[in-house]
Design a protein around this ligand. Structure first.
Ligand code: BES
Ligand code: ZN
Ligand code: ZN
Length: 514
């Protein structure tokens, strides 16, 4: 998608479809909706007025009203898109609404659209807070790119519905603000493209995206983005004494991949500056192993590498955004398969840290590969750790599909992450991983068991297990099992891989460069 920002009167811009945002300025629970356009164009206001007067369009979030041949405007179509209530408007609604414009155009086979930059000065101050120009431009770019993605890659009847050109039209006279908008647009393009790169990896089936193939695609991305990338397999895993990772992969005939990515900022930071370590769970297919999963929905377990994809995609964006902080990423990728050589319940493994683990359930494999991945990232010099993983079904029991889980041993690192959320627009909820949960995985014969004997609190137990391998290093664990795959399409986003965590991780990384 060719995305650009142009100083142009939107009514005078020739386009197949012009999207204009609208808010509902009514206040109070029972108030009648009162839609208002976020444009200062009198021509567009006049063209839309008779249709707004009918009351059929309420400007609720994602709602659309299409007008053909709007009077006085150059656009062939004028699409009004609701942002919801003015009083609670954030850039996240703008991100979604930009996505609605793109998906609306796609569904009609259009390849070119224009989006009128939301002008808060179209309304009186009392209705809404002003939208920051740079972040709004960024959100529009992200929303547009995220919307321009579908999952039907392997269908013979697939139609290429992608949007070739999206032009964001604005009337900002202040050059400084215009430069901020331009900067926002370019950051949003990098982030949106990186999120789609991660989503395309997650969407791949397990027979195609094997650990080796994940490593190959990551290597190719790194060559393009200018990142250092090292790929290792079984020999290195054994040499490093990663006994937990080795156990998970041993039942698979696909070789594992241990992938290390490094980003160095343009000017070297001082020696005591933080080094951020991003660690991803990259199980390219999780059958459960000998503790095999039920057949229903097992196909979904191709997305058990969504944590790895988030980290790889985040590194792609980091390479281009160039924050002044060192970042490394470790991805532990393998399959979890039942086989004559597979690891078994009752086995005792020795992790890279030296801790011994009694296996109770081979389906709790993610925490095993991460235990070694986190410890390894520390040995590579990481002083702050963050991992993302589709780790537990229990996180969906706790939070549903609306929030991803966040667990941490450090309030400061957590605060950096939570502060990033209004910008990323993603939702994470902190849950505990205190010693009570650790006590549930005490083993009689080893240092730890890999699962507790109960399903209750399963996400916190898994987090408490990981915590055993990070020591005193500040660490955040993101459990994205309930949010990495969306079952239903939204007007702004296809069903399938969401790319969750990537945007927040990028923002978290940037917060250490300030
Ligand atoms: N990959 C799964 C978790 C998962 C579940 C991801 C649903 C996405 C959607 C993980 O490896 C797993 O199987 N966890 C077990 C742990 C249990 C055995 C303690 C689970 O959640 O059931
Ligand atoms: Zn599993
Ligand atoms: Zn898994």
């Amino acid at each position: 998608m060719n995305l650009s920002l142009q100083h142009h009167d939107s009514a005078a811009f020739a386009t197949s479809l012009l999207a204009v945002f609208a808010v509902d300025i009514a206040t109070g629970d029972d108030a009648k909706p009162s839609p208002a356009l976020l444009t200062t164009s009198d021509t567009l206001a006049k063209a839309a007025a008779p249709w707004l007067a009918t009351g059929e369009f309420k400007a609720s979030l994602g709602e659309t009203l299409l007008l053909h041949s709007p009077a006085g405007a150059e656009a062939q179509r004028l699409l009004l898109i609701g942002l919801g209530r003015a009083g609670s408007l954030t850039i996240h609604e703008v991100r979604k609404a930009a996505g609605v414009a793109i998906r609306f155009a796609r569904s009609r086979g259009l390849q070119e659209v224009a989006i009128a930059f939301p002008e808060d000065k179209a309304l009186d101050d009392e209705h809404m807070d002003s939208l920051p120009g740079g972040l709004t431009a960024r959100a529009i770019a992200e929303g547009a790119l995220i919307a321009d993605f579908d999952i039907d890659f392997y269908r013979a009847d697939r139609k290429d519905l992608s949007i070739h050109t999206a032009t964001i039209l604005h009337l900002e006279a202040d050059k400084k603000l215009e430069a901020q908008m331009q900067q926002g647009l370019s950051e949003g393009s990098i982030i949106g493209q990186s999120q789609n790169f991660a989503r395309s990896l997650i969407n791949e089936p397990g027979n195609i995206l094997t650990p080796t193939e994940l490593a190959r695609r990551t290597t190719a991305m790194c060559a393009e983005a200018g990142l250092v990338c090292e790929v290792y397999s079984t020999d290195k895993i054994l040499e490093l004494k990663m006994g937990a990772f080795a156990a998970v992969t041993q039942g698979s005939s696909e070789p594992p991949a241990l992938i290390v990515l490094r980003y160095e900022p343009p000017s070297p930071p001082p020696p005591d500056a933080p080094v951020l370590g991003l660690v991803g769970k990259g199980i390219t297919f999780d059958t459960g192993g000998i503790s095999i999963k039920a057949a229903d929905n097992m196909d979904k377990m191709k997305y058990d590498m969504a944590g790895a994809a988030a980290m790889i995609g985040a590194m792609r964006a980091i390479a281009q955004l160039k924050p002044a902080v060192r970042v490394l990423a470790v991805v532990c990728s393998c399959e979890n398969m039942p086989d004559g050589r597979a690891f078994k319940p009752g086995d005792v493994l020795t992790a890279m840290s030296g801790k011994t683990i009694e296996i109770i359930n081979t389906d709790a494999e993610g925490r095993l590969v991460l235990a070694d991945g986190l410890f390894y990232a520390k040995t590579l010099g990481a002083t702050r750790l963050i991992n993302a993983a589709t780790l537990t079904g229990a996180i969906s029991t706790a939070l549903g599909h609306h929030n991803a889980g966040l667990f941490s041993n450090d309030d400061s690192a957590t605060q950096h992450f939570l502060d990033a959320l209004p910008t990323s627009g993603e939702k994470f909820w902190r849950l505990p991983c205190s010693s009570d949960y650790r006590d549930q995985i005490k083993s009689q014969i080893a240092d730890l068991m890999n699962t507790a004997g109960t399903r209750y609190g399963g996400a916190s137990v898994a987090a408490a297990f990981l915590k055993e391998f990070v020591g005193d290093t500040p660490w955040i664990h993101l459990d994205i099992a309930g949010t990495a795959w969306i079952d239903d399409s939204k007007p702004w986003q296809s069903k399938g891989p969401s790319g969750i965590a990537l945007r927040s991780i990028i923002e978290w990384v940037r917060s250490y460069a300030k």
